[in-house]
Design a protein around this ligand. Structure first.
Ligand code: HAM
Length: 422
């Protein structure tokens, strides 16, 4: 029986990775010019990190985390997100001593045992940033605008940015009681999951997708009404900074997000292009997290976005953009020997993207390969040409062709290259 990949964990083939690398390069550049430095943390961490950071009553920790006991009886887990590891590393390496505000970014895989569907995998890639050290709303605005501008930069304009403030942990607690009071009138109409959440994590009920529960939640008291004057000022200032940057948003007072660590600002960017898994990215402030993990009290904010969802929204045509400088068609062993040598010279001396045939197929089929790869030039080395120690250079767009001596044929491309470089 064939062994297949694990459900929800997908291979990225060369036709995918080409586009992924292009986007990753853009992201590295985008984050660098915003003053963020890359952090790479292990894929496996102690389970306790996520239990404490994300929250034991969240779906991510409770149901979706891949966690097991190591040989030394330590419970370890595949990371379900990258904020907790980044914060752990920040504390472990005393990064607070280096800068007042530490700006980190990451691109890497995360794992959640969710039900796979379009835009939802069990292994997925996240890119994201964490800014650790600033409590001020200008930092919130920078983070939100960065998240938004990446999509704009990539030409995705069907965007819906939603923001909210969940206040401090005291405000959250106060609101939890108010919400529970309200929901107690509808307890019989809630699903089993929501009934369970009512006791363990009532704010999560606001995320319910059920139409009946949405009706109930619609009239629930708003968390924004619980914010104290300082929290309200922070939220208002964040909005003013976003207005100033011309970032369009709507306020949704039910946006609490599925991780427990958020305080004050929360946000999500959705796209109409994605179907039911429409969240391109999500983030928010987590002012208590560093202290909770044994560090100092340091306010922070960040976001993460799913690479697969970004690629879906971009709707790449896999073949789009393939471009080859030269394809060498060779017929017969002697021609192959020459092809290998010419490939070597073109690549090593001129840095030209060149390919040759490795299937010893017919002239016609090799020409088809050249066309498929969108080659700009083809070098033809048939038996006849080899006898005469020449090769034919054909410009694919015009069909023009001429002969050149075999031992200096690569030099023609040096001239072409310097023309293009000017
Ligand atoms: P999150 O909302 O759980 O937040 O995930 C962020 C993004 O990762 C989502 O908006 C989505 O694009 C993508 N994503 C999540 N789960 C999956 C999945 N199963 N398959 C495909 N894509 C997925 C966080 O992870 C927080 N750490 C964000 C953050 C950073 N908050 C502060 N800093």
């Amino acid at each position: 029986m064939k062994i297949q990949s694990i459900k929800g964990m997908n291979d990225l083939l060369p036709s995918d990775t080409k586009n992924w690398r292009q986007i990753e390069n853009l992201l590295h550049n985008f984050f660098t010019i915003h003053g963020y430095g890359e952090i790479r943390t292990p894929i496996v961490e102690k389970s306790d990190l996520f239990n404490r950071v994300i929250g034991e009553s969240t779906d991510i920790v409770n149901k979706e985390m891949y966690s097991w006991q190591d040989q030394n009886e330590e419970q370890i887990a595949l990371r379900p997100e990258l904020t907790a590891p980044a914060v752990r590393a920040y504390i472990e390496h005393n990064l607070d001593k280096l800068n007042k505000v530490s700006k980190l970014y990451y691109i890497g895989p995360a794992f959640r045992r969710e039900r796979p569907q379009k835009g939802r995998q069990r292994q997925f890639y996240q890119y994201g940033v964490e800014s650790i050290g600033s409590e001020h709303p200008e930092q919130d605005a920078e983070i939100i605008s960065m998240a938004y501008n990446i999509f704009l930069m990539l030409g995705i304009d069907d965007l819906d940015l939603v923001i909210n403030s969940v206040g401090s942990s005291n405000t959250k607690k106060k609101y939890e009681e108010i919400l529970k009071q309200y929901l107690s009138n509808y307890i019989d109409q809630l699903s089993d999951t929501s009934k369970d959440r009512y006791n363990k994590n009532p704010l999560r009920i606001l995320d319910s997708k059920s139409a009946q529960e949405q009706e109930i939640i619609k009239n629930a008291p708003s968390i924004l009404e619980c914010l104290n004057s300082e929290e309200l000022e922070h939220f208002n200032d964040t909005q003013k900074f976003l207005d100033n940057l011309n970032i369009p948003y709507t306020i949704d007072n039910r946006l609490v997000r599925g991780l427990d660590y958020y305080t004050l600002t929360t946000f999500e960017i959705r796209s109409g292009k994605l179907g039911s898994q429409n969240a391109l990215c999500g983030g928010g402030r987590y002012n208590n997290l560093i202290e909770q993990l044994g560090g100092k009290s340091i306010p922070s904010i960040g976001f993460a976005a799913g690479m697969e969802r970004l690629m879906l929204a971009l709707d790449f045509n896999k073949e789009q953009g393939i471009h080859l400088d030269v394809f060498i068609i060779s017929i017969g062993k002697k021609a192959i020997t020459n092809s290998l040598k010419i490939c070597d010279k073109l690549r090593n001396q001129l840095g030209i993207y060149v390919r040759m045939d490795f299937s010893r197929s017919s002239f016609k089929s090799q020409m088809r390969q050249a066309n498929k790869l969108n080659a700009e030039y083809v070098i033809i080395l048939g038996e006849e040409e080899i006898k005469r120690k020449v090769g034919i250079i054909k410009t694919m767009s015009t069909g023009e062709q001429f002969e050149a001596p075999l031992d200096t044929i690569h030099k023609h491309f040096d001239i072409e290259k310097s023309k293009n470089d000017k």
